[in-house]
Design a protein around this ligand. Structure first.
Ligand code: ARG
Length: 546
């Protein structure tokens, strides 16, 4: 049993009230653990200090060295360091690192770019966050399916098809498909300013795709495939994997049928022109069109069927990693589903804030939004230069370090917050950064390489050793709360302080050749194992050398 759960049980037996694992705190100083008796005090109608004193007198366990009462009614625990260390070692040494394994299947939808263009800065945080959540949730025991739900329908395709048929481009589709599609898309918009009627023609093409027109579908498939092929390389480079790629085009027909069935059953009423406007019983939410007058579907319509589909597939949880800009969309989606009898209890919008770059979001190169790949490229180059200038070193893994730096910065800020990206903070080998984590981990590995044995924990712990050990012991809890709250920042921030503790330990305690070499080597090894695993959970590559 996890140590906090065990302490909770001991307290529970003492006061005859339910006590949970999370009621046991880890105070910063003064004690290893504490139980605040203040909550129990109102239920028991007794003074909290009195309760704490009684508990201190009665609790007995070989894990605990001593207890004392502090403040308004805290019961402080001081552990038997040797026994506690053994427990931590066993826990972290298991395959799950002591993480309570959850049950259930989770669909994590993330990335989901609209096609015919490269992914841009707007996709970056999504990709990084979604990928990390996929890793964390599966490590927490869930059966996870990662889905990329491609935006492959809508007027933008009509525009590309119109452009393909009517615009001369100096780019060549066969050689550089994305460049070509982007070029005709941009030119389309320039032309549309002079001749707005081409917008209508583009919409016609978009509609033809939905209607199954042979030429429209053929071109659309060609553009869709080319985009997916292009994105594949980018995902590979970032080590992001999906279990399945779906898309709006896969659900539009069924989504129209779904709305039509609601009309037939008299659940909703179409307008005179045949379109369907959904009005909520709850006036707070603005209504929305869910079927156009020509019978074509909308983004929201397709998500409605999509939700139903995922329910039918049997997922217990259905997570949508999508920017906070779409909060209204998801509120409407979940509410319509609820009112129409589609179970939305497992559905969650995993919302996240904006990533703001100091250079703004527009690229000078094309006058379009900065591409995701440009940001990673810049980070890799900067990592190389900084290592050169600040440490006079040639990096062996600049790619993994640059990519890891950008990933870490995005994950270390809690997801709901907007973030100002600062290049110097991100690409730093010192403070709270991806390179710092990778570097601390590599440094520990280099100690292990020089060691002649595996090391083991003993019975005496100096404070620096004990602090590091205690910090290591927090790993499983951090993973659990990251999984519960869908918040990789819990792990990112934990790893950063763990690395600080490790560096303090390393600074204060000689490892190789010291009298306590065996115990210290073991601590270093535990640190390597936790940071290797922790970095994996963030999608950051742990390295052997830097
Ligand atoms: N393709 C959409 C966009 O780029 C995002 C899709 C999000 N997922 C969803 N199920 N609606 O805005």
């Amino acid at each position: 049993m996890a140590i906090k759960a065990e302490l909770a049980r001991l307290v529970e037996q003492g006061i005859n009230l339910e006590v949970e694992e999370n009621d046991i705190e880890r105070p910063d100083r003064h004690a290893d653990f504490a139980y605040p008796c203040m909550a129990a005090s109102s239920e028991l109608g007794r003074n909290p200090r009195e309760i704490a004193e009684e508990l201190a007198d009665n609790i007995e366990s070989e894990l605990i060295d001593s207890m004392e009462v502090a403040g308004p009614g805290y019961l402080n625990f001081h552990m038997n360091r040797e026994k506690y260390a053994e427990r931590i070692d066993t826990e972290l040494g298991s395959d799950s690192f002591g993480v309570n394994q959850k049950e259930g299947s989770v669909l994590v939808e993330f990335s989901s770019p609209n096609i015919a263009k490269p992914m841009n800065v707007g996709h970056l945080r999504n990709n990084v966050l979604g990928d990390s959540l996929r890793r964390i949730l599966s490590f927490a025991g869930f059966d996870v399916t990662a889905e990329n739900y491609i935006g492959d329908l809508g007027t933008q395709f009509g525009k590309v098809i119109w452009g393909h048929k009517n615009i001369e481009s100096d780019k060549n589709f066969e050689e550089a498909p994305i460049e070509y599609m982007l070029d005709i898309y941009v030119k389309f918009h320039e032309m549309a300013e002079e001749s707005p009627e081409i917008e209508e023609e583009a919409r016609e093409w978009a509609k033809k795709i939905e209607e199954g027109d042979e030429e429209a579908v053929r071109l659309w498939e060609k553009f869709r495939e080319a985009t997916l092929e292009y994105h594949k390389d980018e995902y590979n480079r970032l080590n992001i994997k999906f279990d399945r790629i779906t898309g709006e085009s896969k659900v539009y027909e069924k989504s129209r049928e779904l709305v039509e069935s609601w009309v037939e059953e008299g659940k909703i009423k179409p307008d005179e022109d045949g379109s369907v406007f959904y009005e909520f019983e709850d006036e707070e939410l603005p209504g929305a069109v869910i079927l156009k007058e020509d019978g074509s579907t909308l983004y929201l319509t397709r998500d409605l069927y999509n939700l139903k589909k995922r329910n039918n597939e049997g997922y217990d949880y259905n997570l949508y990693v999508v920017a906070s800009e779409q909060e209204l969309h998801f509120k409407q989606l979940f509410k319509i589903a609820e009112e129409m009898g589609i179970d939305s209890s497992g559905a969650e919008h995993i919302s996240y804030g904006m990533l703001n770059l100091p250079e703004g979001s527009m690229s000078t190169r094309r006058g379009l939004i900065i591409e995701q790949s440009e940001i990673f490229k810049k980070a890799i180059k900067m990592a190389e230069e900084k290592a050169q200038n600040e440490m006079d070193r040639q990096l062996e893994n600049a790619e993994a370090i640059g990519i890891g730096a950008v990933k870490y910065r995005n994950l270390a800020i809690s997801r709901k917050k907007d973030m100002e990206f600062n290049w110097d903070t991100a690409i730093s080998f010192k403070g709270d950064s991806g390179p710092y984590l990778q570097y601390s981990n590599v440094r520990a590995k280099s100690i292990l390489r020089k060691a002649s044995n595996n090391g083991e924990l003993g019975s005496e712990f100096e404070d620096e050793e004990y602090e590091l050990l205690k910090k290591l012991a927090e790993f499983p809890e951090k993973v659990e709360s990251a999984a519960d709250q869908r918040e990789p920042a819990k792990i990112a921030n934990y790893l950063s302080t763990l690395c600080e503790d490790f560096n303090t330990f390393y600074h204060e305690c000689e490892v190789l050749g010291s009298e306590k070499e065996s115990q210290r080597l073991k601590l270093v090894r535990m640190f390597v194992e936790v940071t290797d695993q922790g970095l994996e959970l963030l999608g950051i590559e742990p390295l052997d050398k830097m």
